[in-house]
Design a protein around this ligand. Sequence first.
Ligand code: SAM
Length: 242
Amino acid sequence: MTPEQIDAFLTVHRDLHREGPGEPADVHWALEKLGLSGPLDVLDAACGPGADLLTLAEALPEAHITGVEKTAHFATEASARIAAYAPRVQAVEGDMSTPEGTYDLIWCAGALYFLGVTEGLQGWRSVLNPGGAVVFSEPVLLGTPPSDGARAFWEEYPQITDLDGIIERVTAAGYAVQDHRMIVVKPWADYYGPLQARIDMLREQDPDAALTEALDEHQREIDMWHAAQDQIAYALLIVKPV
Ligand SMILES: C[S@@+](CC[C@H](N)C(=O)[O-])C[C@H]1O[C@@H](n2cnc3c(N)ncnc32)[C@H](O)[C@@H]1O
């Protein structure tokens, strides 16, 4: 992206609660399924502006929790969001593919596809403590066959598969799936609602060419989601090395 495009992207996304669909109930579901509590070490890989970091901080009051995020702007927003929990909880700018430390839980919402599911899980194996788990959300195709609307929505992610395909990629990394659930409709509406409001507000402020292009791209994404919203999903998976 050019500097103008990065500026435009951040103008659209500044101060949004999160950078993809998900909700506190996802975090609570995973912690309960794993039976996690106490003085754990937790990594939020690609924490974005820190929504899940905050939920983890509140749900695991004795844990040391680190969010790592490549985009400096989001790392700064996340740090501000969890400031009341510092230094037990922190957000740092960095690359999730090479995390420092070792962890009982690696949480990764809507970002493992940047590394590749198999490649990312393989890379994290050496930083998981014995008994440790990874919980990640990943685009998933629903329906047989998936609808044209869902295919169109995911056109920039040709590696997308159905749930069985995700499980194959997890297995190829030497992990086993412990449980899963779908993230569909409401968490997406909760994500796109504030984004739509931001687009509408910026349209009224005489946007320049770069911002207009960014607004058009985001609007297209939202419109495609509206057209096939019950078939556009993330799968949230709990996985452990075997
Ligand atoms: C769809 S957003 C999800 C963010 C956050 N987990 C959430 O749910 O709000 C994906 C995030 O991954 C970050 N990212 C991409 N590659 C990364 C990497 N190698 N290391 C750290 N963060 C990365 C992006 O900057 C972006 O904030």
